[in-house]
Design a protein. Structure first.
Length: 136
């Protein structure tokens, strides 16, 4: 959590490092599914990531409402994160992508569960693969 306003920012896929993005001043977090030799995501360029890429993040705004953003773009993306520097500010997230259409969905709710419910309504629930697909 950010010490200035205790508003957590989380998401943007699988990462090795802190669950919450905190004390970021232009940290670069790259998201592209590949096998990185050193996947520790520390915010220093070039950004590092692991296999999972879920282009959804959520944070609690200074009004205490929760905001969720889904970037529907499969291309490699850098998220440049700046957490609040003063009380009453929200996080600033800039996305830089190498291609594709810009398609963003915004969700708002009183708690994180509200955002997940709206996200699942948009994207659908994952299916349970058949047992034979696991090799059993």
């Amino acid at each position: 959590m950010n010490e200035l306003n205790d508003n957590p920012l989380m998401g943007m896929g699988e990462r090795a490092g802190n669950l919450l993005y905190k004390n970021e001043n232009g940290g670069v977090h790259s998201r592209w599914t590949h096998d990185a030799a050193n996947p520790i995501d520390d915010g220093y360029p070039p950004g590092r990531n692991m296999y999972g890429f879920q282009p959804f993040y959520q944070y609690q705004s200074h009004t205490k409402n929760w905001i969720g953003v889904f970037n529907n773009n499969p291309y490699a993306t850098d998220y440049i994160v700046t957490t609040p520097q003063h009380k009453g500010e929200d996080a600033v997230i800039t996305t830089v992508t190498i291609g594709g259409a810009i398609e963003k969905y915004f969700f708002q709710g009183k708690k994180p569960d509200d955002l997940i419910t709206k996200y699942v309504k948009l994207t659908g629930m994952p299916i349970m693969p058949p047992m034979w697909s696991f090799g059993w």
